[in-house]
Design a protein around this ligand. Structure first.
Ligand code: GLC
Ligand code: CA
Length: 544
């Protein structure tokens, strides 16, 4: 595996800093808190940590609204704390990946404070402005967090574009000066020892609002190639592009092995299937399981040898994977393990989102207990539109981003051991049953299953380079596939249903070696119990 870049062999752990671990009792997780938990992360076996944004921010969108790219928000600590985290992590072989929000800044960023003063201000052109008259925006583009994407500024007599909240004005990437400033800032971070970057909504930066085009504007890949030349190439960095709009046909551009853009793409085609066609994510629909499998399989085969994908079922913007794709009741542990095995068996770099390794679940709170701007705006808009309360809350329970943002459950003590103060968001009440301390003590826990799975990546090269083939494509509850290279064939077979199912699989796998399973030690072909998952290997020298 010597020729492969480290990030193809790595497992990345995503931290949502405000909910990870609070070191000083103010109720908000912080950098010192992460440093204190590095031994836990090392025990899990991960190679890198992606931190959601910790730069200075008014926290309108929990840090995705940055007011100073080159300093740490006092909520999370200081630059010294960041240096210390980088140092301590690196001693454990763990790299730190920063979240770079380059599509927009906060409206409190000095660039924007200048830009909005007048049309003649040197920073004016750092943002996207259009003519219009008060009350009549340039067009009807909508912001992702509700309402118009245009906001009127009287002193300029113009509107500015914001694809997200009104406090997140879009940067104007057409202005070479903007790109230059961004590259300068990225270089500054690489010199501090940052191991890589996750590029927030990078597919949106080349927006063309006059044509109604937000994602994948004409200049997008030109900008990415320029950024790569200017700051990424020649440095040992991992770069991950968040791209909701990416299709396998175009994703190889982002993640071309020639490294002309980024290391890998982070795309969502498998994530957006359980919603009504043409609706928003809040318009719930059952998961079309066969389409779900085929979507994941399509990315596996079409990107093979041409690009590199990220593997994930949840993150800070999505519900908990066990609640969404598994079963968070009777089969919580079993289905959490099944999902892990199913995901980590595919080609790409797996991401573990904090708490996923414990099988943490969604929550059902009163509306007053939620904090997320997206969720609260949606609640207000739908209330105003006369939507029944019950229906709105069902959407919140199923898809609200706060499901993934409740504090990490460390132990069964006060506030799940997350803080000695008042947590910024309520702790999931199931922490007395689901927490890290208990799982570390139990060899059969979800935590140890993840640990073993992560360990297997270091042993079995086929997990990295094996060619993917989907089996039983039309089966409505089994997800089965093989990975094959010159040395071996690996079978992954998972039951996504809460009932036992039978199936007919070509070939004999019963004498294969079970590398990992959440069921029995031995694999017997033909029937799978609820949420059973097996990873079985057949070495080619055994076969011949
Ligand atoms: C990304 C982030 C999300 C944020 C949005 C705007 O999708 O993951 O949390 O709200 O971009 O920056
Ligand atoms: Ca704190």
């Amino acid at each position: 595996m010597v020729n492969e870049p480290w990030w193809k062999q790595a497992v990345i752990y995503q931290i949502y800093p405000r909910s990870f671990y609070d070191s000083n009792g103010d109720g908000i997780g912080d950098l010192k808190g992460i440093t204190e938990k590095l031994d836990y992360l090392q025990q899990l076996g991960i190679q890198a940590l992606w931190l959601s944004p910790v730069c200075c921010s008014p926290q309108d969108d929990n840090g995705y609204d940055i007011s100073d790219y080159q300093d740490i928000d006092p909520l999370f600590g200081s630059l010294d704390d960041m240096d210390e985290l980088i140092r301590q992590a690196s001693m454990r072989g763990i790299r730190i990946i920063m979240d770079l929000v380059l599509n927009h800044t906060s409206d409190e960023h000095p660039w924007f404070l200048e830009a909005k003063k007048s049309r003649n201000n040197p920073y004016h052109d750092f943002y996207v402005w259009r003519e219009g008259t008060e009350g009549t925006p340039p067009n009807d583009l909508k912001a992702s967090f509700g309402g118009s994407a245009w906001e009127w500024v009287p002193q300029c007599g113009q509107y500015y574009l914001h694809q997200f909240s009104v406090k997140q004005p879009d940067l104007n990437w057409e202005n070479p000066q903007v790109r230059k400033e961004i590259y300068k800032m990225i270089r500054w971070w690489t010199e501090r020892g940052i191991g890589g970057f996750r590029l927030d909504v990078i597919d949106l930066v080349a927006k063309e609002p006059d044509r109604g085009v937000m994602a994948e504007g004409r200049h997008l890949h030109e900008y990415l190639k320029e950024m790569s030349r200017e700051v990424f190439q020649g440095r040992d960095l991992i770069t991950v592009g968040e791209a909701w709009s990416a299709t396998p046909e175009r994703a190889f551009l982002y993640s071309n092995p020639d490294q002309s853009e980024l290391s890998m793409v982070f795309q969502f085609e498998h994530i957006v299937l359980d919603q009504q066609p043409g609706g928003e994510k809040w318009d719930l629909a059952p998961l079309p399981f066969v389409t779900f499998k085929k979507t994941l399989a399509k990315w596996q085969t079409q990107l093979y040898g041409k690009g590199w994908n990220s593997l994930f079922f949840s993150n800070h913007d999505l519900p908990r994977s066990v609640s969404r794709f598994g079963n968070d009741g009777e089969y919580r542990e079993k289905s959490a393990k099944m999902l892990a095995l199913c995901l980590h068996g595919m080609q790409g770099t797996p991401y573990v989102y904090q708490g996923e390794e414990l099988g943490m679940t969604n929550v059902r709170y009163e509306i007053s207990e939620y904090r997320d701007i997206e969720l609260l705006n949606m609640y207000r808009e739908r209330k105003e539109a006369g939507c029944p309360e019950k229906e709105i809350m069902e959407s919140v329970y199923a898809k609200g981003r706060d499901n993934a943002r409740t504090p990490m459950q460390w132990n069964d003590g006060v506030n799940a051991g997350f803080t000695s103060g008042m947590p910024w968001i309520r702790v999931n009440p199931n922490y007395t049953k689901i927490n890290a301390e208990q799982e570390i003590a139990d060899e059969n826990s979800v935590f140890h299953f993840y640990r073993k799975l992560i360990g297997l990546r270091k042993q079995e090269r086929v997990l990295i380079d094996g060619r993917f083939e989907l089996l039983l494509p039309e089966h409505d509850s089994l997800f089965a596939y093989t990975r094959e290279n010159e040395d071996c064939v690996l079978l992954v077979i998972c039951n996504f249903a809460s009932a036992a199912v039978s199936y007919d699989l070509p070939g004999n796998w019963e004498d294969g070696e079970v590398l990992l399973s959440n069921g029995k030690q031995k694999f017997s072909q033909g029937i799978l119990e609820p949420y059973d998952a097996y990873m079985v290997i057949r070495r080619k020298e055994d076969v011949q």
